[in-house]
Design a binder for this molecule. Structure first.
Ligand SMILES: [Zn+2]
Length: 325
């Protein structure tokens, strides 16, 4: 089993911050992605090493096999190691596809995209950024998911495989009603650890142990996972807590998901994704927690989880032995 010694990059996947152009009407229910037959469409600059496309595609396909195929999904793999994007045709092909896919035939929107967001993608890659994120385009009639990977060669290997799992899990989650930030990120991390371990890309136990160490770095009283129900709101209301985004949304989140699974009747990982999410869709995330993990209220869940986090590390690790495939 491979033990990753490389620290996970502190690069968090931004679930799109809406701009004026793609802001949702607050009253309007969010449109969602669906289970479909069309497989993800990959767009990349073909003069960039194909290896990174193959790694990401393998991670994404592993997840599609486990969760089902959701979308429509467009995957952009944009790399600049050796001046690849100085080739104007390569760069323009990506911008054209990106903007056409997210404007649904609206020429004004397409034009705006080409000079703004589309051009910016290429600029970020040329500037040497390392990014991986899901962007959900919900303002068009038929919403789409964009998985964007900029300079993926700069992620450690074989961690990059699990990054594909993490991001595709967000595509799946977009097939259901919204969940709190910690649950969204925690679920994506959990599946990345779980499936990553099955393929020997990372070690599940070791990854979970690392997350515990991250949670321990948050000074008592500074913030809790509960503060991360809506990270965009938190940014406005308590920006000083945002520094614990990694620790509390991802690392506490992944443990909260493990905790929920351990409290469910079947203790099955598969059931967390295949039974819990339909409950979220039907009842919303809070009643779903009660039905799935048998807590009487969200407060009771948070309190119980806080108490669990106060246990010794060895006791916490024992929880993982209860979890089944
Ligand atoms: Zn994420």
């Amino acid at each position: 089993m491979y033990l990753s010694r490389t620290p996970l990059p502190l690069l968090l996947c931004l679930l799109t911050l809406p701009t004026a152009l793609d802001a949702q009407q607050p009253e309007q229910p969010l449109k969602q992605l669906n289970r479909i037959n069309t497989t993800p469409v990959y767009i990349r600059n073909t003069n960039y090493d194909k290896k990174w496309y193959e790694v990401l595609k393998t991670g994404i396909n592993t997840t599609r096999k486990y969760l089902g195929n959701y979308g429509p999904t467009f995957v952009y793999i944009i790399g600049h190691t050796d001046n690849e994007l100085n080739d104007k045709q390569q760069a323009q092909r990506i911008i054209d596809a990106y903007c056409a896919n997210r404007s649904e035939g609206d020429p004004k929107r397409n034009e705006h995209c080409r000079t703004e967001k589309g051009a910016d993608l290429i600029q970020r890659a040329i500037a040497g950024n390392t990014e991986a994120y899901l962007s959900y385009v919900g303002y068009i009639e038929n919403p789409i998911a964009e998985l964007v990977f900029i300079n993926p060669h700069q992620f450690p290997m074989p961690y990059l495989y699990t990054r594909g799992i993490h991001e595709y899990t967000h595509v799946y989650q977009r097939g259901f009603k919204r969940t709190p930030t910690w649950m969204t990120e925690g679920g994506a991390e959990f599946l990345a650890f779980y499936l990553g371990d099955k393929h020997d890309w990372i070690d599940f136990q070791e990854s979970m142990r690392k997350s515990l160490r991250m949670i321990e770095q948050v000074p008592a009283g500074d913030a809790t996972m509960r503060d991360f129900e809506d990270v965009e709101k938190l940014e406005v209301e308590a920006p000083e807590k945002k520094r614990y985004y990694r620790h509390l949304a991802y690392d506490a989140g992944v443990w909260a998901v493990a905790y929920l699974i351990s409290r469910s009747k079947s203790k099955s990982t598969k059931a967390y994704f295949k039974r819990f999410y339909p409950l979220v869709e039907k009842f919303g995330w809070q009643p779903a927690i009660q039905k799935y993990s048998r807590f009487h209220s969200t407060d009771e869940f948070y309190k119980s989880f806080e108490e669990f986090l106060n246990l010794e590390i060895g006791e916490k690790m024992l929880l993982l032995e209860q979890i089944r495939p």
